[in-house]
Design a protein around this ligand. Structure first.
Ligand code: GLC
Length: 597
């Protein structure tokens, strides 16, 4: 079987791959050797790919922008919390289809470190399912059933690090040179020098970026928890093995890979070791190989970096269209919460006006919550100095510690009361939708309507469609990570109640279904490049045009005048009625379209 040609490559993915390997390893000999190993993997993985998946590959190659526009609505959650096991997932599929979901991101389900494992992000074995969740056959069966229903399965691929119990880490500890060379081992003085430039991801629970390994008398690089050891991509064996494993999972039916912590792959002393050129070349190698061996598969960058740093993750210059097709828009996400707390949309307006131009074969994931905290630091690059205090305010606001705050979240990893790190909590609690107050329901509608209209792939976090609340604090002493606050078990009772007209759960579900319907009917811009920000002359309002529709959001507790371009009446698509008022009620979203005829 032969590798397929992909049109975005001037020559072929194979020669592009070779060029990138030369750039990374700066040695023709290493590049050629690595290239030939990767091409053998392509042949092997292509030969084992099923007829079904090959058919999907061909259909998607014929339409390279198949995933943009209003095609997808995504949903993300942990297998255990959502359904117990992979087999249990089958009973949830009608619910997902009912919502209009056709992109399902299941958080890590591969064999994980026993005991603490960062929600499965400390992987022990990339080719086998975590036994407590099922086995590889269960995964294949689920992927096939999803495919039949038109739902694409997305899996994490934790390519930056492995668990300290992974066989490579065990062998390194035992002194095997081959394995030692797969990690970054440093002396005390080296690590002290490196630390000066490195960020702290978990400053409270895992301070520093290195951990002492007594068996080897050295420190090993561990950006995240001490039991997650960063891989050394300067060693081509790491790249080859990781790519091979990703293809193995693709052949089990994974259609989209969330490339976890993608910004950290390359270490360059004296820098913050994020977003390095080599990091992009590595991702481009993954893509070139995927384009040859599993061309229907999409790559999504989990790079939680300021918006201006994101374009390279889609590929730039001669790499345009040859890196990831998808990336998280974490700045807009955090900025929407910031706007809500401060009742001021200037930051969002600025972000939306300066969103990078994008090609038609790339798009964002738009979301309001996920399994992680809302990270505030990502906004610092876009916030004028005098608004920095507003960031501290937002973080304290959502922890509920400020008088008058409706929110019930927790600060994450803050080392002092003035530090701005992250916020935890389910969206309904952060929005104060725990009582029947109208403003709270409006805030839920506002934030969800925003994510469906910004021309990315809207992504719901498990339970948000039912306005599910935080996990009970009763067991908080057992948590190893305060992000557990928003990692409750899916509440079946809420799903049952959503079938009774008028209940809160019913209203939440109906609202999300309506947003999905309107997305399908009215929004089909490939990505945010097509949006036009409207000048509203108000700090409380955010407004933009998406196609024919004016999307207007009042982030404040007061009604605000809005004088739309064009003639009244307009049609309020969200409420299915004419809109003549010229006023946007508190915390309200409007999708306004010209009336017919
Ligand atoms: C990503 C995950 C996060 C995890 C980290 C380390 O940011 O989303 O949950 O802690 O990677 O793997």
């Amino acid at each position: 079987m032969h590798a397929v040609h992909s049109p975005q490559y001037a020559t072929s993915p194979s020669s592009f791959l070779l060029e990138r390997l030369k750039l990374i390893y700066k040695s023709d000999e290493t590049a050629h050797r690595t290239h030939s190993q990767l091409m053998q993997i392509v042949e092997r993985r292509l030969a084992e790919r099923s007829a079904d998946l090959r058919q999907l590959d061909r259909a998607r190659q014929a339409q390279p922008d198949w995933f943009t526009g209003n095609h997808f609505m995504a949903y993300t959650g942990y297998v255990k919390q959502f359904a117990g096991t992979l087999q249990g997932m089958h009973k949830r599929l009608d619910h997902l289809e009912n919502l209009g979901v056709n992109y399902l991101h299941l958080l890590p389900f591969l064999r994980m470190r026993p005991d603490q494992n960062d929600g499965g992000f400390a992987v022990e074995d990339f080719l086998n399912v975590e036994p407590s969740l099922g086995n590889n056959t269960d995964l294949q069966t689920l992927a096939a059933e999803l495919r039949q229903r038109g739902i694409s399965l997305c899996s994490d691929f934790v390519l930056n690090h492995v668990a300290d119990t992974h066989q490579w880490a065990r062998a390194a500890r035992a002194g095997h040179q081959d394995a030692i060379a797969r990690f970054h081992f440093k002396s005390d003085s080296e690590r002290t020098e490196l630390e000066q430039h490195l960020p702290q991801i978990f400053p409270q629970t895992a301070p520093g970026n290195f951990v002492w390994i007594p068996e080897l008398g050295q420190f090993v690089w561990s950006t995240f928890y001490t039991y997650q050891w960063d891989l050394n991509y300067a060693n081509p064996a790491v790249l080859v093995d990781m790519i091979d494993q990703l293809l193995g999972l693709a052949n089990l039916g994974v259609e989209i890979f969330r490339l976890d912590s993608a910004a950290f792959l390359w270490k360059k002393p004296g820098t913050n070791c994020m977003n390095q050129a080599e990091c992009h070349w590595i991702l481009q190698c993954f893509r070139a190989v995927v384009d040859m061996a599993a061309p229907g598969v999409l790559l999504k960058a989990e790079a939680i970096v300021p918006t201006q740093e994101l374009p390279p993750y889609f590929g730039q210059g001669d790499a345009q269209g040859k890196e990831c097709q998808l990336a998280y828009q974490s700045s807009l996400m955090a900025a929407s919460w910031f706007s809500l707390a401060n009742q001021d949309t200037r930051l969002m307006q600025h972000l939306m006006r300066t969103l990078p131009a994008m090609s038609t074969t790339s798009t964002w994931i738009s979301y309001i919550r996920c399994h992680d905290d809302i990270g505030w630091n990502v906004l610092k690059a876009d916030l004028p100095g005098e608004q920095m205090k507003d960031l501290v305010y937002a973080s304290r606001f959502f922890s509920g510690e400020l008088e008058g705050s409706y929110a019930r979240g927790l600060t994450f990893q803050a080392s002092s009361p003035d530090a701005v790190h992250g916020t935890n909590g389910m969206s309904s609690e952060l929005l104060g939708w725990t009582s029947d107050e109208t403003d709270a329901e409006n805030r839920y509608q506002l934030m969800t309507a925003l994510m469906f209209s910004t021309a990315g792939i809207p992504m719901l976090y498990m339970g948000d469609e039912l306005a599910q609340g935080n996990q009970s604090m009763e067991h908080a002493h057992q948590w190893t990570d305060s992000r557990d606050l928003h990692r409750p078990n899916f509440d079946q009772k809420l799903l049952d109640r959503s079938k009774e007209t008028g209940t809160r759960e019913y209203r939440a579900m109906e609202w999300i279904k309506r947003l999905r319907r309107l997305q399908r009917q009215h929004f089909n811009a490939p990505n945010s490049s097509a949006l036009k920000v409207i000048d509203t002359h108000s700090n409380a309002l955010l407004a933009f045009e998406h196609g024919q529709v004016q999307c207007v959001f009042n982030f404040s507790a007061k009604a605000v005048d809005y004088r739309p371009a064009g003639e009244l009446p307009l049609r309020d698509l969200l409420r299915e009625k004419e809109w003549t008022e010229g006023v946007v009620p508190p915390y309200t979203a409007l999708y306004l379209s010209p009336t017919q005829g």
